[in-house]
Design a protein around this ligand. Structure first.
Ligand code: DOR
Ligand code: ZN
Length: 347
């Protein structure tokens, strides 16, 4: 039996598109989304409004004709970010948000914030102007166990930062723990959280049990099953403070399949099929649109999309590549580990 589901066009509130040959290869796989918050962790990172505008031009040029994707740019917060540049770029419509990476927390985060006192003037200017701060919420203290780094970040960094800057709008990016869910829920109107597709699907066993599987390694690393269940409950709750940020993060296989491999799951090609299956399994298909297409726009004070997409459940699996080619490299597409039935119909 075929079943169809019509949704307002989904937005992706956390996306890595990279640059150069990788951008050319991956951009078409996100072209069917509406707005997408584009991560600034290029090498070197996107730190000024002028760089964000130039990167937006490169993204637009890499999209196929007629693509819906509307890149929403971010600046990479550093210890020396200029508050006036941030506010100017926001008011000029160049950026939608600013990204905070604690220095050393993840891929290409070496230029991130080392001292939160130094960025206080930027955060205050952002609070005043209504610019959202997107936070990679993990401490970098090597003494803290990697599976605890999100929960410790909330106590040590996020709560003090939010207290010190009242009115700052914050998105906890890619939450992975029940502590993250609880903190986001308790946070009032200026706080929200994105949840990735892959963290709804895998727990840490996927990475480590029965052999090491680098394609399931990302940051924040997937946690134990109870946390995955908390994320599924939050994502399918319909609550406005939870919305989709895929964190689709392509890396060449040659960089993932190493003694020290990169963090990131490339989910753009099959994200919507996977999400529809997750929501079906949770008996929450009626709340999929809130998660993918309504809640994020509302938090960012943007109208919901007027476009619609149709998902159709068929007996046959949707076709998507298991790998894509980027220049001379291959990139492995995320394998959810269960069969998919939901197809996205061409617009
Ligand atoms: O897994 C991840 N990959 N987490 C991040 O925070 C960064 C991302 C990337 O850029 O590859
Ligand atoms: Zn990311």
């Amino acid at each position: 039996m075929t079943q169809t589901l019509t949704l307002r066009r989904p937005d992706d509130w956390h996306l890595h598109l990279r640059d150069g040959a990788m951008l050319q290869a991956v951009a078409p796989h996100s072209a069917g989304f509406g707005r997408a918050i584009i991560m600034p962790n290029l090498v070197p990172p996107v730190v000024t409004g002028a760089q964000a505008a130039a990167y937006r031009d490169r993204i637009r040029a890499a999209l196929p004709p007629g693509a819906a994707l509307d890149p929403q740019m971010t600046l990479y917060l550093t210890d020396s970010t200029d508050p006036a540049d941030v506010v100017g770029a926001f008011r000029d419509g160049i950026i939608r948000a600013v990204k905070l990476y604690p220095a050393g927390a993840t891929t290409n985060s070496a230029s991130g914030v080392t001292d939160f006192n130094r960025v206080r003037p930027v955060l205050e200017a952002m609070a005043e102007a209504g610019v959202t701060l997107c936070v990679h919420g993990e401490v970098t203290d090597p003494a803290v166990d990697i599976f605890d780094r999100e929960a410790v970040f909330i106590d040590r960094v996020l709560e003090p930062l939010r207290r010190a800057t009242p009115g700052l709008r914050v998105v906890m990016e890619h939450i992975t723990t029940s502590e993250g869910v609880a903190y986001a829920r308790a946070g009032g109107d200026n706080l929200a959280a994105t949840i990735t597709t892959h963290h709804l699907v895998i727990n840490r066993n996927a990475i480590l049990a029965g052999g090491i599987r680098p394609h399931y390694y990302c940051l924040p690393v997937a946690k134990r099953e109870s946390h995955r269940l908390a994320l599924r409950e939050a994502a399918t709750s319909g609550e406005g403070r939870f919305f989709l940020g895929t964190d689709s993060a392509p890396h060449p296989d040659s960089a993932k399949l190493q003694p020290c491999g990169c963090a990131g799951c490339f989910t753009a090609p099959n994200t919507l099929s996977i999400l529809a299956q997750v929501f079906e399994d949770e008996d929450a298909l009626d709340r999929l649109e809130a998660f993918t297409s309504l809640n994020g726009a509302a938090f960012y004070r943007l109208p919901a999309s007027e476009d619609r997409i149709t998902l159709t459940r068929r007996d046959t699996p949707p076709t998507y590549p298991t790998h894509i080619t980027a220049g001379s490299e291959t990139v492995t597409v995320f394998d959810p580990g269960f069969p998919l039935f939901w197809h996205q119909e061409p617009a």
